[in-house]
Write a protein that binds this ligand. Structure first.
Ligand code: SAH
Ligand code: MG
Length: 205
């Protein structure tokens, strides 16, 4: 089934290529019977819309974890800063307002559960088995490793682990997502699936 999206995805701010979004959509559809989906790093909801649109057709849920304060590269003065997402009152990034607007537009408020929190805090008492985990949060080594350790253990057999921004060539991008991709590959817990653009994919065995 080709993705049918509830909004023009090109109008949603974000960092996700179309082929990557389509892969998220397909894997979220395929794993819906196994349990809910969880993403780390929602930003304005681009990936969330692909995942949510798939989940909705299966009456499934997407947990969307993001503190909405931006990653290093989104901060004031950094390369990917967006002044529309800056809350000058508190002098911090805030993508949650835009995220909510987009979830409402996409009619996903009954499908997507926003968890506005650092990933590590959200995971502390997590006990729900997950059919799919998508990691697209902070790109520091510490953040990526924390996301890997926090969420990967909750993926059920047959479930999918997707990791964004995999750049085996260091001149193309940061290495932290690739480092956790290598951890997953070496863990013996997963079957490696073909990469889609910069989206690394594994199935839990
Ligand atoms: N998936 C999005 C892009 C995510 S950008 C899309 O499709 O466009 C990365 C996001 O990760 C940012 O919104 C940032 O706030 C969030 N983030 C970074 N570190 C985090 C952490 N430790 N806990 C929760 N969210 C984090
Ligand atoms: Mg990314």
């Amino acid at each position: 089934m080709p993705p049918v999206l509830p909004v023009d995805i090109n109008t949603v701010k974000g960092f996700l290529a179309e082929d990557e979004g389509e892969a998220l959509f397909q894997h979220c559809l395929a794993t819906a019977a196994l349990g809910p989906c969880l993403e780390v790093g929602s930003y304005c909801g681009k990936s969330t819309i692909y995942l949510g649109a798939a989940a909705k057709t299966r009456n499934n849920i997407v947990y969307a974890v993001d503190h909405h304060r931006g990653s290093e590269e989104h901060q004031l003065g950094e390369a990917y800063h967006d002044p529309d997402l800056y809350d000058s009152g508190v002098k911090l990034m805030d993508s949650f307002r835009e995220f909510r607007i987009n979830m409402r537009k996409a009619d996903l408020e009954q499908t997507v559960v926003p968890i506005v929190s650092p990933s590590a805090v959200a995971s502390r008492h997590w006990a729900t088995p997950l059919g799919m985990v998508f990691i697209d949060g902070g790109h520091s080594w510490e953040a990526a490793l924390t996301d890997y350790r926090s969420w990967v253990t909750h993926i059920v057999t047959g479930g999918i682990l997707a990791i964004h921004d995999i750049f085996p060539d260091p001149s193309k991008g940061g290495q932290a997502p690739y480092d956790i991709w290598k951890l997953a590959k070496a863990s013996g817990l997963f079957e490696e699936l073909p990469m889609v653009n910069t989206l690394g994919l594994f199935r839990r065995v």
